[in-house]
Design a protein around this ligand. Structure first.
Ligand code: NAD
Length: 297
């Protein structure tokens, strides 16, 4: 029911927080995330202009009078594209949607003396609504000049989470780069073991089904995006090595048949998770309930 009411809100559009701002230019606006944001801005009454790869010859006309410039190009190209931007109007808000934040934010601050903010939408483009989704905000410069924009994003339904770019990139190492890399390895394993996915699904209880879905959904998406997320941060290699060490340590328990030690470590980890273990159990329980609801639709 919730989802239907958001969908109908989309049909009539969203409240426009800053009707007097100049056009919103989305660099990479023909891409997946760019398309989603251009729809959101248009549904809120803003004039949206797209500048994609082939449009640079017309850049001057496209950027003229811009009120907001959104950079939404592949991670690997982001810094170069920011450096290539023409001089923007003094009060123009420059922002990016890149999945890493330190390098793009530094590049934007260097390129544009006006208001700058780094955003990372923590979701893919395959969404009907932003309700309950998180957007990470890394403040750059002249926050009061883009406060309206953050309010606009809240009106689209998202929750904002403020963090420094360094904090963000650190956390992303664990929740994104490592998780995607682990999913990649698990996918590779299923393939090499010639897993029969149809059959696995028939044996699967909902929780296992959800886990398979979490891994499998990676491969419905863009190899380059995930390659960039995993390869673009120097820490990933060290962290992946640490993970491999953990795996090897745990493998030794198996080799020794040391179930007692397994249980001892299990308890230590459980203690480390503390109250979160309970919280995660009930949260995933609720997710499974709604996952079952969705399957019946
Ligand atoms: P995409 O490949 O669908 O879109 C990128 C667009 O940029 C394409 O239209 C491409 O033609 C254009 N482009 C490439 N080089 C360009 C250039 N030099 N000048 C102008 N346009 C250029 O990728 P996407 O999935 O939309 O991702 C875009 C950004 O959004 C990335 O930085 C990514 O980290 C971030 N992001 C993506 C997701 C996601 O799930 N897709 C989620 C969060 C953040």
């Amino acid at each position: 029911i919730m989802r239907e009411s958001y969908a109908s809100e989309n049909d009539v559009g969203f409240k426009c927080i800053n009707p007097d701002v100049g056009p919103v230019v989305i660099v990479g606006g023909a891409g997946k995330l760019g398309t989603l944001f251009s729809q959101l801005f248009r549904l809120s009454g803003y004039e949206v202009r797209i500048l994609d790869k082939q449009d640079w010859p017309n850049a001057e006309a496209i950027f003229s009078g811009a009120g907001v410039v959104v950079v939404s190009v592949p991670i690997h190209d982001t810094t170069q594209v920011i450096e290539r931007l023409p001089t923007l109007p003094d009060d123009c808000v420059l922002l990016d949607l890149t999945s890493i934040k330190q390098a793009p934010l530094a590049a934007m601050l260097a390129r544009h003396p006006g208001p700058v903010v780094g955003l990372h939408p923590m979701f893919g483009p395959d969404l009907a609504s932003l309700a309950k989704q998180v957007v990470v905000v890394c403040h750059g410069r002249e926050e009061r000049k883009y406060a309206w924009l953050l309010e606009q994003i809240r009106i689209w339904g998202a929750r904002l989470h403020e963090a420094s770019a360094a904090e963000h990139d650190q956390a992303m190492q664990l929740v994104q780069a490592m998780r995607h890399f682990t999913a990649f390895v698990y996918g590779a394993h299923l393939r090499r073991e010639r897993a029969d996915l149809d059959q696995l699904l028939q044996f699967s209880s909902p929780i296992y089904r959800l886990e398979l879905a979490m891994v499998g959904r990676l491969f419905a998406q863009d190899a380059r995006l995930y390659g960039d997320i995993i390869f673009s941060q120097p820490d990933t290699l060290a962290r992946a090595r640490h993970y491999l060490e953990r795996y090897q340590e745990s493998l030794k328990l198996l080799e020794r048949g040391d179930k007692a030690e397994f249980e001892a470590q299990f308890d230590e980890i459980a203690q480390w998770f503390g109250d979160f273990a309970q919280q995660f159990q009930s949260e995933s329980g609720n997710m499974l309930l709604s996952a079952n609801d969705n399957r019946c639709e």
